[in-house]
Structure formats: C-alpha cells, structure tokens
Write a protein that binds this ligand. Structure first.
Ligand SMILES: *Cc1c(COP(=O)(O)O)cnc(C)c1O
Length: 419
C-alpha cells in the first residue's frame, strides 16, 4: 500500500493513544528507525526525543538486541509459563534480582506496565489478607502520579488534572497525599501532612504506591529524594506494603540505575517496564521481597492469583537480558550525565518552569501547548516531540549524540516560542 492509503486506512480503523476516533489529529507514517532516529514518510529521519515513550534507551536497531531477538526466535518464540520455564526467563529474573534494590528477590513477569502495577496492588491486598488484616483494601498515594490505564492503576493516578478524572465515580476510592515537594527545605512541612493523612486512614490501607523521585506522565515533576525515606517510614509505621513504580524511572533514566537508590531506600514491591526490553517488545516485571511472598502465600488461596497468557514471553525476556547486559556492561551513567549536561540548555527557554533530571528534560508553559503546531515546528528542526498539556519534554535514547541533544533543545525552544 502507498503511504497515503496506509494513512487513510489508519484514520478509518485504528485507535491511537488518547486520540479521537472521529476527528483524529494527524498521524505520521514511520518507515524505519535506526540509532537515535526514526524515519517519517515525507520528512525523513528525525531524532526521537521521546525514545518511544521512555523505552528505546539504546536507540533503534541495536545490533546486539537484534541478534538476541533473532537467536531466540530460532529456538522458540513462546511457550506457556504455567508448569513450564525457560532459560530467557530465568536469566532475566537473575539479572533483575541482581540490579534491583536490596531484598527484592521474587520476580513476576507481566506483559505490560499497567499489568505489573495491577499485580503489585494485588500482592499488597493478598499480603494483608495473609497476615490477618483483610479489612485493609485501600491504597495511599500522592497527587500528580501516573500508574497506567487499567482500572486499579487509574485509581491511583492523579485524581484531578490527570488523564482519568472522569472515572472517579467507578474507581476504588484511594487516599491522596499532597504532591511531594521539589526542594529538600520543603520536605519537613510536606511530611507532617503526609504522616497525619496516613495515620488517619491506616486501618484501611493495604499499601503505599508512588513513582520514586520523578512523577512522569502525570506532569514530569522531580521531587526531593528524602521524600522516599518518608514513604519508607510511613509504610513501616503502619504496616503498609511500599510499592515503587519505576516503570518510567528504571534503568538509569534519572541518573541512578533505579530512582530508589537516590535515597538508598528499598521498597517491598518494585514495578519495572518501558525500558526493560530496550523498547523492543512489551514486557514488565513486579519484584517483591520474600517477606511479602511469604505473607501473601498465607492468604486463603495460598498462591498469587494472577497469570497472563503471555507471561514470561521468551522473545521479550531474551531481549531484556541483552538490554540489561548492554547497560551494566557499558557506561550508562556517563551517557545519562552527558545528556543531562546537554539538556541544561533548556534553562534558556523562556517558560514558566524548566526541569531537568538525569536524561529527562521538561519545559512547562503557562498555557496548554498546541500539540499539532509544536509537533510540526519540532519536525522542521529534525526532532520528534509529543507534548501534552502545558509540557514540552524529552527523555531521549542514551544513544543520542551531543548534536542530537542540542537539536532537541533547539526544537523545544522553537516550539515553546511559537506557543
Ligand atoms: C507508562 C507507565 C505505566 C504503564 O505502563 P504500560 O506499559 O503503558 O501499561 C505505569 N506506571 C508508570 C510510572 C508509567 O510511566
């Protein structure tokens, strides 16, 4: 099919994320991708400032990841995980336990980030049943978060300006603390309110779920690292299962391998996804401690009641193993620091606020971005951007050159200037 026919059929039949079916914004055709660039029909190769939504950390068509995928396809693409196992899953679990914060040594392989959060919440609920507190069925979180699009995930997303506010009537009612502050000097005042809120609801709470250090899709907001210790203390004081959702922050994005390390805090449950397979295939994981595993195993069923059809998909696991080996065997920290230095140029953009953390840069305007216009302007500068709300932001592949990062900053500045 020719490009215009493909686009016409796409417009007629396909949903795109958060996009109207009846009056869709323009969609562009991608015909290939290599290194830090995706090739858009009619435009040519452009730097992918979004890393395909945080995931393509090594860039596209990485020879090592391509080879891992091919080699696994020649052995087998998939077998069920009920009663069976395979080397890619075992090798992946081994690596995840090795690289994750201390104590997390039980691994559930899920097929998407949202599912891994569902599993984490289910672990917390079943744990509370197992330890004799079945009345604890709610979750504590903070405003400004994002944890996925399925129903329990939506219930802990920001209840106001978030993507899911229209669902408040049908969602489980969770407990929301104030957004954690950016500055360390504001942590004490915030913590006081957060502790009071936790104490007031403790008898009904199963767990505490947050994105550590950086709230991503909810607004690209970094916050003070010492808030993580407050989360740990509150969870310990009230017997809550502490869940860190590192689906966006994991694998080096914020400057440490996991964001939790910024404060030396280990959660009871950890969710990873997005960059897990270097952006090749859909895969996520929920890790928990032996204490949580033992607790939930004492619940009525004795087992974790979850098991997706494509659990532990061997193709995805094999690529994830190769991706983690590329990171741990390479200089991801140096790359992230280099990109961070390049992104500092964003501070020159005339905007309401500019935030840079690790290999993440966000420019917040004082009005909603005209997405179609901003996208067009960025493409004229050779960069793919996908702004939302008031935000022009980037989390590029670590494989970006200094010139790529400079181009991204220039494109964001131009898009901001145009409004
Ligand atoms: C993207 C994201 C999710 C959801 O992952 P999906 O793979 O899109 O289901 C959950 N939590 C965070 C922090 C995310 O960034």
């Amino acid at each position: 099919m020719r490009a215009e026919d493909l686009l016409a059929h796409d417009r007629e039949h396909l949903w795109h994320p958060y996009t109207s079916m009846l009056d869709p914004a323009p969609t562009r055709l991608v015909t290939g991708a290599e290194g830090s660039r995706i090739t858009i029909e009619g435009t040519g190769p452009v730097v992918d400032a979004m890393a395909s939504w945080w995931s393509a950390v090594h860039g596209y068509r990485h020879p090592v990841l391509d080879e891992a995928l091919r080699a696994q396809a020649e052995r087998m693409s998939h077998v069920m995980f009920g009663g069976l196992t395979h080397e890619p899953a075992v090798e992946l679990a081994r690596r995840l336990v090795e690289v994750s914060p201390a104590g997390l040594d039980r691994v559930f392989l899920a097929d998407s980030g949202s599912v891994s959060v569902e599993v984490a919440m289910k672990m917390a609920l079943q744990y509370q049943r197992g330890v004799g507190r079945p009345e604890r069925t709610r979750f504590l979180t903070v405003r400004g978060g994002y944890h996925g699009d399925t129903f329990d995930c939506m219930s802990v997303c920001d209840p106001g300006g978030g993507m899911h506010s229209m669902w408040s009537e049908v969602l489980p009612q969770q407990v929301f603390g104030e957004r954690p502050p950016r500055e360390e000097s504001d942590v004490e005042a915030w913590a006081e309110g957060f502790r009071e809120l936790a104490a007031a609801h403790a008898g009904a709470l199963a767990g505490l779920v947050v994105e550590p250090l950086l709230q991503g899709a909810g607004g690209m907001r970094p916050y003070a690292a010492s808030c993580l210790r407050v989360f740990r203390e509150v969870a310990d004081e009230h017997g809550l299962v502490l869940i860190f959702d590192e689906i966006a922050t994991g694998f080096g994005r914020t400057g440490t391998f996991f964001a939790a390390e910024a404060a030396g805090v280990s959660p009871d449950v950890l969710c990873v996804g997005k960059a897990l397979t270097g952006g090749y295939l859909t895969l996520a994981a929920t890790l928990c401690t032996s204490r949580i595993a033992r607790g939930l195993s004492a619940s009525d069923s004795g087992v974790l009641m979850h098991g997706p059809t494509f659990m532990g998909n061997p193709l995805a696991c094999a690529v994830a193993v190769a991706s983690i080996d590329l990171l741990t065997g390479g200089d991801w920290a140096g790359e992230v620091a280099r990109i961070n230095a390049g992104l500092q140029a964003l501070h020159q953009v005339d905007a309401a606020e500019v935030r840079v953390l690790g290999a993440v840069g966000a420019v917040e305007l004082d009005h909603p971005v005209d997405t179609a216009k901003a996208t067009e302007i960025a493409l004229e500068h050779g960069v793919w951007l996908r702004p939302f709300r008031n935000l022009l932001y980037t989390m590029p592949p670590y494989a970006c050159s200094d010139e790529d990062v400079a181009a991204i900053c220039t494109a964001i500045a131009a898009a901001a200037e145009a409004g």
